[in-house]
Ligand binder design. Structure first.
Ligand code: ZN
Length: 252
């Protein structure tokens, strides 16, 4: 069975009927879904889904692109959410220097505060990082190894090696199926299979043949197949290794 380690069924505009999404995913072999928050509202929504559906687990946190608009006292609210039983990690947090919605120094403050929170609560961390791998990895290297998941990894091989040296694991998404993703396929071949997990990032980044459409957790097996092709192994092998790693990381 597969685990979608990163999806946004907590985005009601994209997913007005999450129950139908969860059922379609189950039929497609997805046994568990990790729903990830990007701000207070979506983190609460992730927990509401997790409380309603046994196979759903929540990740709560303030995304770098929303940190600039976070209300006063947001950190203690995230902490309260993170203490609830089905909150399995802090995320998605990090740095995004592509979309400059939030000034970099504010992104850094939110990142550091949530790294401290995760340490205090002994929770693993899901990172969002775009065009800021050097900066993020430098911060983490100063703090030491940890339970780090680099969601939708888009760094280069050197970044991947640094992430692995910190004990990190890498999320693989729809782009592994894109014809132009040869560099990504080469990169994953240099990563031990037990350091990779599968994610859809629904509703974003759909795999082939659904590009430009809405992505769904039920499409996860296409990403599993794409990774298996890149690694020249079987989907069964990828499925069992990534599921084992995801369960260990999130403690589910
Ligand atoms: Zn996400």
């Amino acid at each position: 069975m597969l685990i979608d380690t990163h999806c946004h069924l907590n985005f009601p505009d994209a997913f007005p009927d999450p129950a139908a999404e969860i059922e379609a995913a189950r039929v497609a072999g997805v046994e568990a879904l990790v729903v990830v928050g990007i701000d207070l509202e979506s983190s609460e929504a992730a927990l509401r889904l997790a409380d309603s559906f046994e196979e759903v687990h929540a990740v709560v946190g303030m995304h770098p692109n929303t940190a600039g608009e976070a209300p006063e006292g947001w950190l203690s609210q995230i902490e309260a959410l993170a203490r609830r039983p089905k909150a399995v990690a802090i995320g998605e947090i990090g740095l995004d220097f592509h979309w400059k919605d939030t000034p970099p120094d504010m992104q850094m403050q939110a990142l550091l505060a949530q790294l401290d929170l995760a340490a205090r609560l002994d929770k693993p961390i899901v990172f969002h990082c775009r065009e800021a791998y050097d900066e993020l990895l430098t911060v983490l290297e100063a703090r030491g190894s940890g339970r780090y998941l680099f969601h939708c990894f888009s760094g280069d091989l050197d970044h991947a090696r640094r992430a692995l040296a910190l004990g990190g694991i890498l999320g693989v998404d729809g782009p592994i199926t894109y014809p132009k993703s040869e560099a990504l396929r080469e990169l994953v071949r240099a990563v031990p299979l037990d350091r990779l997990v599968l994610e859809t990032d629904s509703p974003f980044m759909p795999p082939v043949p659904y590009r430009s459409k809405t992505n769904h957790p039920a499409y996860l097996s296409l990403i599993c197949d794409g990774l298996a092709q890149a690694l020249v192994t079987t989907p069964e092998e990828v499925e069992s290794a990534t599921t084992r790693t995801a369960k260990a990381f999130f403690g589910i």
